[in-house]
Design a protein around this ligand. Sequence first.
Ligand SMILES: *Cc1c(COP(=O)(O)O)cnc(C)c1O
Length: 412
Amino acid sequence: MREMNLRRNKVFFQPKREDFDKYIVPCFSPAPFILVKGRGSRLWDQENKEYIDFASGIAVTSLGHSNVKLINALNTQLNKLWHVSNIYTNEPVLKLAKKLVELTFADKVFFCNSGAEANEAALKLARKYANEYYDKTKNEIIAFENSFHGRTLFTVTVGGQSKYSDNFGPLPPAITHLPYNDLKTFEQHISSKTCAVIVELIIGEGGVIPIDPFFLEQVRKICTNYDITLIFDEIQTGMGRTGYLYAYQEYNIVPDILTSAKGLGGGFPIGAMLTKEKWAQIFQPGTHGTTFGGNLLAATVAETVLSQLDYEMLSGVLQRHDIIMNELIKLNKKYNIFQIIRGKGLLIGAQLSSIYYGKAKKLTQLASEEGLLILIAGSNVVRFTPALNIPLDDIYEGFQYFEQAIIRFKDK
Ligand SMILES: *Cc1c(COP(=O)(O)O)cnc(C)c1O
């Protein structure tokens, strides 16, 4: 019996979409096709149907698919060494850390494997910081309504969308949600019990809502006054997405901790928590850790991604932003389906007019039938997060498919 089962291990199997429903825990409902190949901003499915990619695997493959520099760097490392754990350090992780420190406010970096893990580390660090410098009553974490910070129990509780934490109780305590960009409520709520504030500079999953720079400035001031740890969740907005290396660099307002993931690895799983010296010293050997974090393959790819985010690349993001906004405004004049189009760089959201509320997903399904991959951000907003280097011709062609999708959308 044991031998029979193990023999099955070697039988050839051609997967189909139905096998998802058969074998995978149904916490996702993937599209009806299976993608098998990608080059730049184009993808192909099992039937060889071609798609233009305005989604980038949710703002992840920010230099396009099969990027030659990433492949070469990864190939070289693949042939040398993959993993040694954090019992030993390694060259790629040190190169990556040095670059991140030199390019940002941070003094030190902690590496992990995902955004949620980076936020988990940040939140734990903030709690321990308050514990060491103050007392156990300074433990309240403030987050904002509609924010998203990941899917671990701590991060899902901190996130401002209760649908993601419902029925997982008991939840971690001392977490408060306040309205985003509402300075008055924020000022009234802050107290000596507040330990940390975590904020997205553009609410991503929750609808593509940019922060009010004045609000951000005041939050920074108040956090400094009360020695509250200020965490910027730049998991979606970082790594060039807004036309800056990190979105905070547009405002010249620095956090105490910043979390990065998604685009950091260009498609390879990696997360990072960046912080200042005073906070870094709170995590001593044994206080926090990870087996895979900072492994050689992930660090190699991330360092190569980072090395490509030069002035030219980031200027290209701003140029592409203008083109996409223009195309969206043009389409909206013709078809009148959006009430607001907003965002920065290549993180753009178009909110449907109220008569179409709840139908964002439908629009993305029609778009993929036409050959264009786009995202939703909640049920009323379609989100565009193409690669930072998407060819301009692919943008224009993508919008032709989007127009076809809109025509069909309105017909229904
Ligand atoms: C995607 C995302 C996360 C979670 O990242 P994972 O890698 O899925 O754990 C956290 N915060 C923000 C702002 C995100 O966009």
